[in-house]
Design a protein around this ligand. Structure first.
Ligand SMILES: Nc1nc2c(c(=O)[nH]1)N[C@@H](CN(C=O)c1ccc(C(=O)N[C@@H](CCC(=O)O)C(=O)O)cc1)CN2
Length: 284
């Protein structure tokens, strides 16, 4: 068996076209949605991601508000930028690019954000709403994964999902998303402390690999026909190495390439969160 490709690049392009129509409709009512980003430090990867977010905005007509601080910025410097964006009426929503440089407290920064401007769905209020089942912005990578599966007709309802990795941007939050009544999956959250990872993987209809450990998911641990989402980003000789061994594509029913899978969907879902926030505010 050779797996069908869960093409994040093409799917994100389709979503962006749909969002462009909604942005144009908002503009007819005099509303221009704006995305703010806060980039602290000089990590080239983080800069690349932030630049990509603004390129996406330009493509579909969302305004950009870019704030940059040096690696020497203090907690107070970052918090002042957050206060400024909270008060800026042209900013529909914003993100603080993670991780922040060592010494800065990301949780304190996130808590200070206006939850109504949380474009990433990572504010404690947004995560609390997710737990309680109240509408609000959802974390971009989990949302992108669900959308990628839906648009490729992969059955989520009733599926056994194994998530590997317990980070807040993916692992913990995707469990909350997939166990909502609307998704109805059964989720097992594995991590570095899991005793027998292979036994869990072998039982999974859907695997979400987000541990950051190269080739952690081996072909022999994949149930034939399973869907695999590779979220891992490790680098070797300038190339991305995912969490999934390439041989798994011979066993799986669906697989997301990496790059070109979940990453572009994360970006598309950020735009989605901004458009939804602008529509909510406009009463659309
Ligand atoms: N505030 C946030 N910080 C971070 C998030 C996030 O969702 N919010 N996620 C990641 C980084 N990230 C977005 O910020 C992100 C990562 C990867 C991609 C992407 O499109 N990747 C490409 C490959 C790019 C490459 O060659 O490096 C792909 O998968 O095809 C987009 C966004 C951590 N921080």
């Amino acid at each position: 068996m050779t797996a069908q490709i869960l093409d994040g690049k093409a799917t994100a392009a389709a979503i962006k076209s749909e969002l462009a129509v909604r942005v144009a409709a908002l503009k007819e009512r005099g509303i221009v949605p704006g995305l703010g980003t806060v980039l602290v430090g000089d990590d080239p990867g983080s800069r690349w991601y932030v630049n990509g977010k603004h390129r996406d905005c330009a493509e579909i007509g969302i305004a950009s508000i870019q704030r940059e601080l040096p690696a020497t910025a203090t907690q107070e410097d970052v918090e002042n930028v957050v206060r400024e964006l909270n008060a800026d009426p042209s900013c529909t929503g914003y993100i603080v690019q993670l991780p922040l440089p060592k010494g800065l407290d990301a949780n304190r920064v996130l808590e200070l954000m206006d939850p109504d401007k949380d474009a990433d769905g990572l504010h404690p209020t947004s995560l609390g709403r997710l737990v309680l089942g109240i509408d609000g912005p959802l974390p971009c990578t989990p949302l992108g994964i669900v959308e990628l599966l839906r648009r490729h007709d992969v059955a989520i309802d009733g599926a056994e999902v194994v998530v590997v990795g317990r980070g807040i941007t993916v692992g913990r939050s995707i469990g909350l998303l997939l166990t909502r009544r609307s998704e109805n999956a059964t989720v097992t959250l594995c991590h570095t402390g899991t005793r027998d990872l292979a036994s869990h993987l072998k039982n999974a209809d859907i695997i979400v690999a987000a541990a950051g450990v190269p080739h952690l998911v081996k072909p022999e641990d994949v149930k034939p026909g399973a869907a695999i989402l590779d979220v891992g980003v490790s680098r070797s000789e300038g190339k991305i190495v995912g969490d999934v061994h390439p041989g798994a594509a011979e066993v799986a029913g669906w697989i997301s390439p990496n790059p070109g899978g979940v990453g572009p969907m994360t970006r598309a879902m950020l735009l989605n969160n901004i458009v939804e926030a602008a529509e909510r505010r406009a009463g659309v």
